[in-house]
Ligand binder design. Structure first.
Ligand code: SF4
Ligand code: SF4
Length: 121
């Protein structure tokens, strides 16, 4: 894999990716304009978001959702669309709506937060 410190001569011809199985190494979360905020207390663990997330960014341990991998989440908002559980007040946005709600990425200093605004990896 080409590293940020490599020169142009280190880039494979035509930009080909020569190493197999390397998707995890590319942190696509930096592209994100919107951040999904997950209210873990309101989550009913239905796993609908996990089924539909196109980036496998819903983090699961022992069959339960434990967060969102913001290193790879591109902020498409599909999880917020498909989440079936509604709340009177979301823990982070303080608004009525889904357990996952989208917020402007520019409101956050870090791109590495896993789920809510306060939790850091
Ligand atoms: S916004 Fe939701 S569905 Fe889209 S990539 Fe991020 S976690 Fe997955
Ligand atoms: S779709 Fe909503 S309620 Fe279901 S696991 Fe995901 S966040 Fe929780």
């Amino acid at each position: 894999m080409v590293k940020p410190t490599d020169g142009w001569k280190d880039v494979p011809r035509a930009g080909l990716i020569l190493d197999a199985g390397n998707a995890r190494e590319y942190e696509t979360g930096g592209w994100r304009a919107l951040r999904p905020l997950w209210d873990e207390e309101g989550c009913i663990q239905c796993m609908t978001c996990w089924v539909y997330c196109p980036d496998s960014a819903i983090m699961v341990e022992d069959g339960e959702m434990v967060g969102i991998d913001l290193h790879h989440c591109k902020g498409c908002g599909v999880c917020a669309q498909v989440c079936p559980k509604k709340l009177d007040e979301h823990k982070y946005t303080k608004e009525e709506g889904k357990v996952i709600q989208m917020a402007e990425e520019s409101a956050f200093e870090s791109v590495t937060t896993r789920s809510g605004p306060e939790s850091e990896e």
